[in-house]
Design a protein around this ligand. Structure first.
Ligand SMILES: Nc1ncnc2c1ncn2[C@@H]1O[C@H](COP(=O)(O)OP(=O)(O)OP(=O)(O)O)[C@@H](O)[C@H]1O
Length: 231
């Protein structure tokens, strides 16, 4: 579903991403760990079409992002560290707007059902997003992914700045999406959450994926030890 084939990106002499090969199947969650500057965001940006690779290919559902940018984008959703929404619009209105950009039109009761499924309490649906907490905005991000019926979801530091409860709720939502078949690639510094949510964890260093393991192979403590030894 999400596939990188010899994906490489250089900025001048700086090899930000070096020959990345990964395959994330339907319903699989892959967490990318690595220090600042390791190449996690560059990886995600190649899949989103924000960055053109120097060589290699990023594919979503078998479609090359570089050769077919419009087609490949239909199947994906993206949740950044801070979900960008219109503060003067309500949760329902934001969801209606962003899903319409992707060609989806839902009646209000379905939009509300999507927000509820994403964990956003009913009382907030008609409130302006400007008054939402960060966790509530992330939930709207999930609702947008659901509305787009995204087959591939990309997240960059999605739980950064969330309190433990909000972070836990968000992680549970990701698990639910994965059980429904969404392939998920998540860049994070949160080793504990990575271990909890992901099926596989990869550790990046200087643009290279230097370690890949199944999340059940190690405890969170062992994963932290491996991370510190690797980076
Ligand atoms: N637009 C750009 N122009 C030049 N260099 C860039 C650009 N974007 C990223 N880089 C460089 O590419 C390398 C990888 O950066 P990237 O942002 O992918 O790392 P990261 O693992 O996401 O880090 P962080 O955890 O801080 O988000 C770094 O050396 C960075 O300086």
């Amino acid at each position: 579903m999400i596939e990188a084939k010899k994906l490489t990106k250089s900025y001048g002499d700086n090899l930000a991403l070096n020959n990345l090969n990964i395959h994330i199947g339907k319903g699989e969650v892959f967490a990318l760990l690595g220090q600042n500057g390791a190449g996690k965001t560059t990886t995600i940006n190649c899949f989103l079409g924000f960055v053109s690779p120097t060589s290699g290919d990023a594919l979503i559902d078998g479609i090359s992002v570089n050769s077919h940018p419009h087609e490949s984008k239909k199947a994906l959703a993206y949740i950044p560290e801070t979900v960008m929404l219109y503060p003067h619009l309500t949760g329902v209105e934001n969801l209606a707007f962003f899903s319409s950009l992707a060609g989806w039109k839902y009646p209000e009761d379905e939009l509300r059902a999507l927000l509820l499924k994403s964990g956003l309490q009913e009382a907030a649906h008609a409130q302006r997003v400007g008054s939402y907490s960060k966790g509530m905005r992330q939930k709207v991000g999930i609702a947008i992914a659901l509305a787009k019926q995204a087959k591939a979801l990309f997240l960059d530091e999605p739980t950064s700045g969330l309190d433990p409860k909000a972070s836990n709720e968000f992680s549970e939502l990701l698990k639910e999406l994965s059980t429904e078949g969404t392939a998920i690639l998540m860049a994070t510094h949160d080793i504990f959450r990575a271990r909890e949510v992901a099926h596989r964890v990869g550790i990046m260093k200087e643009g290279q994926l230097v370690s890949q393991l199944s999340a059940t192979d190690l405890s969170a403590n062992e994963l932290e030890k491996l991370y510190l030894k690797t980076i």
